[in-house]
Design a protein around this ligand. Structure first.
Ligand SMILES: [Zn+2]
Length: 136
């Protein structure tokens, strides 16, 4: 078998496909077969065959360039989920900063911005008020 040919193929109808190209005969007609790689380059996602007449241009390139092109596309959710199995856990907020509500005004506060008075958490403004009313 001849060396692999990778190309970016422009097809009638504003389609552009990038993949491994080869000539195949389908029903007696020679066609351009484009094997679209999986994003990791390890396999073939799907195969498309085009008749020579519907091809505007073929730009020969390398496998690396083809894969780079696919990586530039916004990955689908399914791809992201495959590459990062934790992506489905949107409701897991353990890594998010903890917000604490002010006991008085209920404003959401980062822990550093809170003041504790008699076991209750206040924002700094409410804490000042609490202190003032407690002493006054
Ligand atoms: Zn407050």
């Amino acid at each position: 078998m001849s060396a692999e040919r990778w190309a970016i193929v422009e097809i009638m109808g504003h389609r552009v496909r990038a993949g491994r190209v080869s000539e195949v005969t389908q029903f007696g007609v020679v066609m351009c077969r484009i094997e679209i790689p999986t994003p990791d380059g390890e396999g073939i996602d799907h195969v498309e065959d085009y008749g020579g007449g519907s091809i505007f241009a073929i730009a020969e390139t390398t496998k690396e360039k083809v894969l780079e092109r696919y990586r530039q596309y916004t990955p689908t959710y399914a791809q992201l989920a495959r590459e990062n199995p934790t992506i489905g856990e949107f409701d897991d907020v353990d890594d998010d900063p903890e917000f604490i509500a002010c006991s008085s005004c209920a404003k959401a506060l980062l822990e550093d911005d809170t003041t504790e008075l008699e076991g209750r958490i206040f924002c700094n403004a409410c804490a000042e008020q609490e202190r003032a009313t407690a002493t006054g």
